[in-house]
Design a protein around this ligand. Structure first.
Ligand SMILES: Cc1cc2nc3c(=O)[nH]c(=O)nc-3n(C[C@H](O)[C@H](O)[C@H](O)COP(=O)(O)OP(=O)(O)OC[C@H]3O[C@@H](n4cnc5c(N)ncnc54)[C@H](O)[C@@H]3O)c2cc1C
Ligand code: FES
Ligand code: FES
Length: 1365
């Protein structure tokens, strides 16, 4: 290259486009000086910290939850065309949105400009609870609508007010968004309501229309959506883009560049010879490699404008895709060639990579580079290796492009940081076999992946893609393999791996069972996960499964295009669309109480205007904290220091127990039993225990700096840590259970055992933990006030206890502290005890620094430090009669409380309460609450009850297996009669008429068609080899307690009403029920203003611990009804005061009096218009039982272990529901959370007790594709309950227990699989049918219990059968 050329190119490189960064957010123009922007700033950082648009929520920061999704619009001035797509703002770099327009949920519509139809429909379909996920859901739905409307492939015009979206697309619209509250069904219905092919009658309970009503009328009521209105892209931005106002400037000034040519790129790279130059495309890899977010790069170079990298070329040789082509774009391109099935299959597989909002920016090149450089478990590389793709690589400086096969490239040493992957080529595929006629030679291509979520957003346990050329072989009457390529990946190996020995073996062979058996033998030696990979046996067995599925259909000839009936693959099809039915009784008696009105603030939640703690703007001078936690189970803390002893940028200090002020105590929580420490002192007693709180100038700096902290530990002279329950018992490391909480035996266990005709002795069950996975992690903001006072905003379920903890910690009187909580983005028990240290740490740091301090705990720290449910081990002996009637149950239970007491002593009563749902004859129940050196465990929705209820089912199953009697019969025979219920539950049992469980049990049979469906399931199992079904129904009994609850109702001079309750709106609809109750109760004044009109005048306000004392805790499912009752009492007081005023007014005016005139008269007469009072439950109303039943049917793929919940029917007794829409949401949401516990969620620790499933990558809560395909709920209105609040009953936690029905159904299906294996085995009694299926029954567990070697057993059986052995 001549010198002149080099100079020219350098000059060219200097011509970087615009220096200001210009973009729009919700139509507002933003211009930033590029030199002032840290290029590692993400879009979410900017939106949340520098703009008023707080609807964008941070749920994970790793692309895994969808809470931060925004719509990104790009304008092409040449084509005059706007493209919109969703992106995760937590992974999108701010500098990369130059020239783009961003729309957040409040940009779609809001309370001032009018809500968008998406918001209104989400609200009307009761699809929001805590609301933290809802803005992200709104944007995902909106994007699905607008993309469907732009796409020309939709030919049917949509009806008025709907969109071109189809119902099937609607189901996928939110498949990447997590919601922990709703159970997804109402969200899907809200989205489907826009679909042109959805029938409103098929959608769930909503506020727009009644079932069976006039369809046209119903459609008219739906908030209108104008599908012809394109997304607006601001005109000013269009103009600026058209004018191309590029400035020439010196790139040395800027750390972000976006070169438009390779030579420009080269110039830039030559400018900076350091190692710290980062090439970026979509930047989504930082979701996985989070440390990348913290690395200091001197320069970021965006490579997405390089023409060579954006190329899309299709010709007869194949398809070439530039490395910067996004996965979404690639899917589109590959689908364009409809006739090439291989390309379509690649596209289908790519659709399961991540979620739509990641695929929209994640590029092909980025994915391949992650795999090549860092061994990322990529899907893309596996499927592309099988497609024989090649890649073009360019070393910067050389200008020469080299081409390798992808397989070769993956095996090369990691590509140098400054080298470029230019493009990849998928070659056209032609038969190898010369002279073969096209009719007898076939090209086969298939891809596979097994992952916990069918629609994606979960890494695969193993992925695979196979291509083969096969021909019919007349001589051997079979199918011969001419050539094949078998690629496997993501199973715990460096790169996608070709099973070459198997390939070599298969080439030239006629496919037969014997050949397959031999191939499988070879394969098992080749697909071996690296040491340390989770579930290695399962992963290897998946490889066998996929090989079998691919070639198994060819063991009989002539069936090359479809499936072989012989091997039974015909049933391996995805299931039908989601559907649901609800039977709900709305009552008028106490209207508006009893109506399914829309949740208070639902639209605000959807638009993202609802304010959570982290949305409160930071006060001036605010500092930010991050927790430093122990990674050792038991060790002396010698020192806390920074790596290289260098204090990182922006760090102001580290707060430890030594900073507790004089008179204060090192307390992290107060309220229940013994207080826990806020910070570990000299010794840490568990991995995950909080040691210190680092304070920095921003949350980002604090989070980065925490990773630079080094703790020097020393274990010398310390006992070994206690990490198991057995060790705790051996060392008597136990927490005391107060006498009043000790379990009480029922009946005479010795007598019961003596009456038994059969006994099972010493059987064991173990249960693991579950993380809350609230979408809003722990957060607080502490603001120092005058005179040593502290104002704290806390996301807590227990403001009173947060208050006490802070006062205790700071050593100040309680009147110096004020805790305010408006709403919480999901609690599930995790924001009771675990919110206290978070608020206390902020308050302590604020005291020390005398500046406001806040924290928003990142997901990883939250997962590691909060603990979740109590793991436990159960040993039981049970005696029973030959008909299955249990006569005695003796249980020993070891509970892992972790390092501190928390609420653990409460657990035994919860466990026993739910366990007693069956009549055990006599019960002896002994619990030891063990203290171990692990993170402290706490209450998680239905604490103890979910385990107790499950233990009962596991015992019933065991008895049924022992007696070989249908388990449903055993359940029935052991259901309580009222007499035995009273024996077990005493006063809680209430009156005989209140015991509705037997009625529910019978009703469920009809409601779900249980008996008939059992026959259908049997028929299915008889004919299906690789899919087995199970159906099961379970009861649940759940005891709750009412607590003393204050309230205040005040009427302002204009007639508007303010309600204060200590209960927190955590998504359970407390505000809504309270509002309804206030409207009903004030309506009893009978003025001309109706209760419904009064409802509009009521506002429930935030909880303030100085305004309302003795607020206690929001939890235990009864806070809504107790708060409602407190409000009712207050309203009664107001009505009493207003009645004489009203009588006098009526007399004076001679006519009816309106509310407003009544109030203005009351004000004139100085009537006290504020009433505070307290609800105090009496002996009969303190405790009661709740009942529910559920039947679930599942289908298990015994080759992969995948479970599909085909249908769930629930009947739940809500008494007279205060708000059936809210209760329906609670029932469905709780059930789905339970589904997570029983089927998906593994909250695992390492050998030091440190939680290792600490991200959305490793912890999988249910998503829309894992909920029951058909989900029917009936809310039973069981009439009058005189001791209940307006006859209502609780709904928040009990339905979670019913998810055990899914687990039991899976067990039934697995049993069927085992029965089948037994028929393939010579050893007819060989399989144990009384197995205990672990919880959670993940894919790996289910597969293991179906037999990891089921394929081999089957083939072996077939071969032997043929040979007549
Ligand atoms: C939540 C989530 C789930 C995911 N699930 C899956 C999954 O199930 N299966 C799967 O296969 N993948 C999955 N991925 C990975 C995803 O496909 C990649 O993150 C994405 O494709 C990376 O592209 P990018 O443009 O964002 O890369 P970037 O993050 O911009 O870059 C990644 C790396 O490659 C380098 N680089 C990028 N392009 C080039 C180039 N052309 N030449 C040289 N170096 C380059 C960058 O410097 C960087 O080091 C998931 C990702 C996320 C965030
Ligand atoms: S916060 Fe961005 S995807 Fe979770
Ligand atoms: S409403 Fe979806 S996470 Fe709470």
């Amino acid at each position: 290259m001549g010198e002149k050329k080099v100079i020219e190119e350098k000059e060219e490189a200097m011509k970087i486009k615009k220096t200001p960064l210009v973009f729009a957010v919700n139509g507002e123009r933003f211009e930033l000086d590029l030199s002032s922007v840290d290029p590692s700033t993400t879009l979410i950082d900017f939106l949340r910290n520098k703009t008023p648009f707080k609807s964008v929520k941070l749920g994970c920061g790793e692309g895994g939850c969808g809470a931060c999704v925004v719509l990104l619009s790009k304008y092409d001035p040449l084509l005059d065309k706007v493209d919109d797509y969703t992106v995760s703002s937590c992974l999108t770099l701010l500098c990369s949105i130059d020239g783009c327009s961003i729309t957040t949920s409040e940009g779609l519509g809001n309370s001032r400009a009018g809500f968008h139809a998406v918001h209104e429909r989400i609200a009307g379909f009761h699809a929001t609870q805590c609301g933290f996920c809802t803005p992200g859901m709104s944007v995902s739905m909106f994007s699905a609508l607008s993309n469907a409307d732009k796409s020309s492939s939709h030919d049917l015009p949509p009806r008025n007010g709907s969109s071109n979206l189809t119902a099937a697309e609607a189901e996928k619209a939110v498949s990447g968004n997590l919601c922990r509250c709703t159970g997804y069904r109402p969200l899907v219905d809200a989205c489907k309501s826009f679909a042109k092919d959805a029938d409103i009658e098929d959608l769930g309970f909503n506020s727009f229309c009644k079932k069976g009503g006039d369809r046209d009328e119903a459609l008219k009521n739906l908030p209108c959506y104008d599908h012809t209105k394109p997304t607006t892209f601001p005109e000013f931005l269009k103009k600026e883009l058209k004018m191309d106002m590029s400035l020439e400037s010196d790139p040395r000034k800027y750390r972000w560049s976006s070169p438009g040519s390779i030579s420009e790129l080269q110039g830039l790279l030559q400018l900076d010879n350091s190692m710290y130059v980062k090439l970026v495309a979509g930047n989504t890899s930082t979701g996985y490699y989070k440390e990348e977010k913290e690395r200091k790069y001197s320069r970021f170079i965006d490579i997405r404008r390089l023409p060579e990298l954006t190329v899309v070329r299709r010709d007869e040789k194949g398809v070439e895709l530039g490395a910067a082509v996004t996965i979404s774009k690639a899917i589109e391109v590959l689908r364009e060639k409809e006739n090439v099935s291989m390309l379509a299959k690649l596209a289908n597989h790519m659709e399961k990579i991540a979620s739509r909002f990641v695929r929209n920016t994640g590029t092909l090149g980025g994915n391949i580079m992650m795999a090549q450089r860092k061994q990322f478990p990529s899907d893309l590389t596996t499927i592309l290796v099988a497609a024989r793709a090649t890649v073009k690589i360019m070393s910067i400086g050389s200008n020469v492009q080299e081409q390798f096969t992808l397989e070769e490239f993956l095996q090369q040493p990691p590509l140098e940081a400054k080298s470029l992957l230019v493009s990849l080529v998928i070659p056209s595929w032609r038969p190898l076999k010369n002279g073969s006629s096209s009719s007898d030679t076939h090209l086969l291509f298939e891809t596979y992946r097994a992952a916990p979520r069918p629609l994606g957003n979960a890494l695969a346990f193993l992925n695979a893609a196979f291509s083969a050329e096969v021909s019919l072989n007349a001589t051997h009457d079979g199918v011969v393999v001419n050539d094949c390529l078998l690629a496997f990946g993501a199973y715990g190996t460096k790169h996608a791996h070709r099973a070459r020995k198997v390939e070599d073996f298969l080439v030239g062979k006629v496919i037969s069972d014997e050949v397959l058996m031999e191939a499988i033998g070879l394969l098992k030696d080749e697909i071996v996960p690296d040491k340390g990979t989770l579930n290695p046996g399962y992963r290897s067995s998946l490889a066998v499964t996929f090989l079998f599925e691919f070639f198994g259909s060819l063991t009989t000839n002539g069936l090359l295009n479809g499936c072989s009936k012989e091997n039974g693959f015909e049933s391996l099809k995805r299931e039908a669309m989601l559907s649901s039915a609800q039977q709900i009784v709305e009552t008028q008696e106490h209207s508006p109480v009893g109506k399914g009105i829309v949740k208070a603030g639902a639209k605000l939640q959807a638009s993202g205007e609802a304010v959570y703690v982290d949305d409160i703007p930071s006060p001036e001078n605010c500092l930010y904290g991050a927790f430093i936690y122990s990674t050792m189970p038991l060790a002396r803390i010698k020192s806390i220091r920074f790596k290289e002893n260098r204090v990182p940028e922006g760090v102001l200090g580290i707060v430890t127990y030594k900073d507790i002020p004089k008179g204060g105590q090192n307390v992290g929580n107060k309220g229940f039993f013994a207080s826990d420490l806020l910070f570990a002192e000299e010794i840490t007693h568990g991995a995950g225990e909080i040691i210190a709180f680092l304070v920095a100038e921003s949350q980002k700096l604090a989070d980065i700096a925490v990773n630079l902290v080094v703790i020097d530990y020393d274990t010398e002279g310390l006992e070994p840590p206690i990490l198991s329950l057995e060790e705790a018992v051996e060392k008597s490391s136990l927490f005391e259970i107060p006498p009043f909480l000790k379990s009480k035996p029922v009946g005479d266990i010795t007598k019961g055992m003596a009456e038994a005709e059969h006994k099972i002795l010493g059987s064991k069950i173990s249960l693991g933990s579950q993380y809350f996975f609230y979408m809003e992690t722990q957060t607080a903001l502490a603001v120092p006030d005058e005179d040593n006072c502290m104002l704290v905003y806390s996301s807590t379920q227990a403001p009173e206890y947060v208050h006490r903890t802070i006062a205790g910690c700071l050593g100040v009187p309680e009147h110096n502290v004020r805790v305010i909580t408006r709403r919480v983005g999901g609690g599930f028990g995790g924001k009771v005890m675990k919110s206290m240290p978070v608020a206390a740490a902020c308050a302590l740091a604020a005291t020390k620094m005398q500046r406001p301090v806040r924290t928003y705990v990142n997901r990883k720290t939250d997962m590691i430090t909060t603990g979740g449910r109590h793991p436990m081990k159960i040993t039981y002996s049970v005696g029973f009669k030959s008909n299955g009637k249990v006569t005695a149950l003796d249980l020993e239970l070891l509970l892992d409380a972790g390092l501190s007491e928390d609420i653990s002593p409460l657990m035994p009563s919860g466990i026993q309460g739910a366990l007693m749902k069956y009549d055990w004859g006599a019960l002896s129940f002994n619990v030891k609450v063990c203290k171990t050196n692990t993170v402290s465990r706490t209450a998680v929705r239905a604490p103890g009850d979910v385990q107790g209820s499950y233990i009962a089912e596991a015992i019933i199953e065991k008895v049924a297996s022992y007696l070989s009697i249908d388990v449903d019969e055993i359940r029935k025979v052991n259901l309580h009669a009222y007499e035995s219920l009273k024996l077990f539950y005493n006063k809680k049992a209430g009156e005989a008429t209140e015991y509705t469980l037997p009625q529910l049990w019978e009703k469920l049979d009809k409601f779900s068609g249980f008996s008939q469906r059992r026959k259908v399931v049997d028929e299915f199992n008889a004919s299906s080899k690789w899919r087995k079904r199970g159906i099961s129904r379970v009861p649940a009994v759940y005891g709750v307690s009412m607590r003393l609850t204050p309230g205040r109702v005040s009427v302002l001079s204009d007639g508007s009403i303010v309600v204060e309750v200590p209960g927190i709106e955590i998504g359970q609809g407390l505000w809504t029920k309270v509002k309804q109750m206030a409207a009903f109760s004030l309506g009893l004044i009978h003025c001309s203003t109706t209760s419904d009109e009064l409802l509009e005048k009521i506002r429930v306000i935030q909880t303030d611990t100085l305004s309302m004392v003795q607020g206690s805790v929001t939890g235990g499912s009864t806070t809504s009804e107790a708060s409602s009752e407190a409000v009712r009492i207050c309203c009664d007081g107001l009505v009493e005061r207003l009645l004489p005023v009203k009588a006098a007014l009526e007399e004076k005016t001679g006519g009816p009096v309106s509310w407003d005139s009544l109030i203005s008269q009351a004000y004139m007469q100085s009537v006290n218009m504020s009433v505070s009072n307290t609800y105090s439950p009496d002996l009969y109303s303190t405790q009661y039982l709740n009942y529910g039943v559920a039947a679930s049917e599942v289908e298990v793929n015994i080759l992969t272990g995948e479970t599909t919940v085909l249908r769930t029917d629930i009947i739940y007794d809500c008494g007279k529901s205060l708000n059936p829409a809210v209760d329906l949401g609670q029932i469905e949401g709780a059930f789905v959370q339970g589904l997570g516990f029983f089927m998906l969620e593994e909250y695992l620790m390492n050998s030091d007790g440190l939680i290792v499933t600490d991200s959305t990558w490793t912890y999988k809560i249910p998503t829309v594709d894992t909920i029951p395909r058909q989900f029917n709920v009936e809310i039973l209105n069981s009439g009058h309950h005189k001791n209940r609040v307006l006859s209502s009953k609780a709904s928040g936690e009990p339905p979670l227990l019913l998810a055990a029905s899914v687990h039991c159904a899976v067990r039934a299906a697995v049993k069927e699989a085992n029965k089948q294996i037994q028929t393939w085995s010579n050893n007819q009694q060989g399989v144990d049918m009384s197995f205990d299926l672990p919880v959670p029954a993940t894919m790996a567990v289910v597969k293991e219990f179906c037999g990891l070697n089921v394929v081999e057993k089957y083939l072996d059986w077939k071969i032997k059968q043929r040979k007549n052995i």
